[in-house]
Design a protein around this ligand. Structure first.
Ligand SMILES: Nc1ncnc2c1ncn2[C@@H]1O[C@H](COP(=O)(O)OP(=O)(O)OP(=O)(O)O)[C@@H](O)[C@H]1O
Ligand SMILES: [Mg+2]
Length: 462
């Protein structure tokens, strides 16, 4: 039986660390190409680049001057950022096995979009999961530890150092949770056993990955629309590499697209917007919205399955003008089908976007034959507010950089949600003269982080 041997590289203090730019504070970034020190540093394994995503995660490092992404799932360099706590085996599954357990109806608790919880009070609350009382810091920490273990097993390098991506904005520039979010993520990396943890904005990493391919002098815009956030970086490329002109971000991503579609198309079929008879006396009152809002929000679903909510749904069904709709809500809460519903909405969204015939949201698990048709117009309608916010986000990035839209020569799309037609339609309207191209949408950020983590001119690990 073969055994992986982990070799701890010893980096002499000060070696290959000059000239350098403090990557965490912005500045001029140098192009990472073979033969300029990168290959040398890679041999002793400087750091792991890790893109912890709302929906998917990826990690990479540099070998002989080339980025190499870790095979996180068999044959794949990304893994879903998902968890499943299996009630029977008491095991915690992550990634594809977690998704499969949900799909197979295994008894347990599923979680997705935990990145959106960073910075909130929920992160540090202890809750009983399987046989332990744990926080989300512990849970995310274990996910990151698993990535580290897989990276170390594949490469034979001990990764004590990690360069992590972070959205430009987690919650909002003036939001009190903003500062706490990065600190929470740092705690998660510490819990995973990393000792030196640095952060860089995700679109900057994508700029580094794609900038190496650009013509000198060109102004390009990264539009990184993921599961949780939309991030913009304006940059120029020159013979010396990539120079960031401005970063900007908004808390809008594919999970918000799913939420809007769910609230508009699915929740009304579960009773949202209907009326309840008053317990006493004549007249009606509207069904409260909170439960529908939470059911349409990926990161809130795991907290819905409480005895109080089940009781509330049963009570509402009894008083409803449309009891068949509220019965569906009761079924979802009783049988814990919230994530199945959210995945069905996501599949419907992608089906519309990819032009499939007869797209719908298939909710067979809730009620046999229950499917909600979804049209291009319906999706466009639900997402129009988000399109506007993305357009404003791009404008704000231009304003921060102090440049005009017609100076932008190229728009580069990154992130799974950049595949939405709505996103490129919006950006084409904003930048009609630019060239529009897609990067490796799911891995460009991890590629850039890997490059930067292993280039001593970009990150000085000290
Ligand atoms: N073909 C597609 N069309 C539209 N949306 C898609 C498609 N494929 C994936 N998505 C959406 O992309 C999102 C995930 O993208 P990605 O993996 O880039 O996000 P992430 O990096 O995990 O999130 P973030 O960077 O915001 O933390 C999901 O919301 C998913 O629904
Ligand atoms: Mg991303």
């Amino acid at each position: 039986m073969s055994r992986q041997v982990v070799i701890r590289g010893v980096i002499p203090r000060g070696a290959a660390s000059k000239p350098c730019v403090d990557f965490t504070r912005g500045g001029i970034y140098l192009r990472a190409l073979p033969g300029d020190g990168v290959a040398h540093m890679a041999k002793i394994g400087m750091g792991l680049g890790l893109d912890f995503g709302t929906s998917n995660s990826a990690a990479g490092h540099v070998v002989d001057g080339r980025t190499r992404l870790i095979e996180l799932e068999p044959g794949r360099s990304t893994m879903p950022t998902t968890f499943f706590f299996d009630q029977e085996t008491r095991r915690t599954l992550i990634g594809e096995p977690a998704n499969r357990a949900l799909l197979d109806g295994v008894e347990g608790r599923f979680m997705r979009a935990l990145k959106r919880v960073l910075g909130t009070s929920l992160m540090h609350e202890r809750r009983q999961i399987l046989s332990e009382r744990v926080t989300f810091v512990d849970i995310i920490g274990r996910f990151l530890a698993e990535i580290r273990t897989r990276a170390e097993a594949e490469t034979g390098i001990a990764f004590d150092r990690v360069l992590s991506g972070r959205p430009v904005v987690f919650h909002g520039a003036d939001d009190p949770r903003e500062g706490r979010a990065e600190e929470d993520l740092r705690q998660c990396y510490l819990a995973a056993g990393f000792r030196d943890i640095r952060f860089t904005p995700e679109p900057e990493a994508a700029a580094i990955a794609s900038g190496a391919l650009d013509e000198a002098g060109q102004v390009s815009l990264i539009v990184d629309i993921g599961g949780g956030t939309s991030d913009f970086s304006l940059f120029t490329s020159g013979p010396d590499g990539v120079r960031i002109l401005a970063n900007h971000g908004v808390r809008i991503g594919g999970t918000d697209f799913d939420r809007s579609i769910s609230l508009d198309r699915v929740m009304p079929m579960l009773g949202k917007g209907t009326e309840l008879r008053k317990l006493m006396g004549p007249g009606t009152s509207p069904v409260p919205n909170a439960i529908f809002n939470d059911l349409a929000t990926w990161e809130k679903i795991p907290f819905l399955y409480t005895p109080q909510n089940r009781k509330l749904a049963a009570e509402m069904e009894r008083l409803a003008h449309a009891p068949a709709k509220l019965a569906r809500l009761a079924t979802v809460l009783e049988r814990e089908l919230g994530h199945d519903l959210a995945f069905a909405v996501e599949r419907g969204k992608i089906a519309v976007n990819t032009g499939s015939d007869d797209p719908n949201i298939l909710l067979d698990q809730i009620e046999r034959g229950f499917a909600i048709p979804l049209s291009v117009d319906a999706v466009a309608d639900s997402l129009s507010r988000h399109a506007e916010a993305l357009s404003d986000g791009a404008d704000e990035t231009l304003r921060l950089a102090g440049i005009d839209r017609d100076q932008v020569g190229k728009v580069v799309y990154v992130g799974g949600s950049s595949l939405m037609g709505m996103v490129s339609d919006t950006m084409r309207r904003n930048f009609p003269a630019a060239r529009h191209s897609f990067a490796e949408v799911f891995t460009a950020v991890a590629d850039g982080l890997a490059i930067a983590a292993n280039d001593p001119r970009l990150v000085d690990w000290g």
